[in-house]
Design a protein. Structure first.
Length: 123
């Protein structure tokens, strides 16, 4: 009489459900791990991009500060600012500015005008 009845029926189905639950749990764990990995990678890329953009604009500001003193510049030299260093070399009407901010390097080449006339003068 042990083989018949509701208790025997439930034992058979429990074995089938336990293997399906294990597979489903492992699949859910794999999907969640993959999503978490993608989210972390996206976050790191976003942080790196925002840091690079910030450093680029800081370098542009430093370049403008060096250019504002372009009339008094020697042939070559260096300026130390709070956020980075600027090395410059002047050759004829060309000014090469190399800026280092943290571990990033930027290079700008500017043409200097020796004219005293303004480009915005009306005719």
């Amino acid at each position: 009489m042990r083989g018949f009845g509701p208790s025997h029926y439930h034992k058979k189905h429990n074995k089938g459900f336990s293997s399906n639950i294990l597979f489903s749990t492992l699949l859910l764990f794999l999907v969640c791990s993959s999503l978490l990995s993608i989210i972390v990678q996206t976050y790191r890329s976003t942080v790196d991009l925002s840091q690079r953009i910030k450093n680029y604009y800081v370098a542009k500001i430093i370049k403008q500060m060096v250019l504002s003193e372009s009339n008094e510049l020697k042939e070559q030299g260096m300026y130390q600012y709070n956020l980075g260093k600027a090395h410059y070399k002047r050759k004829a009407n060309q000014l090469t500015i190399e800026i280092q901010i943290e571990s990033q390097h930027f290079q700008f080449i500017e043409m200097l005008n020796s004219d005293t006339e303004s480009n915005t003068e009306s005719e």
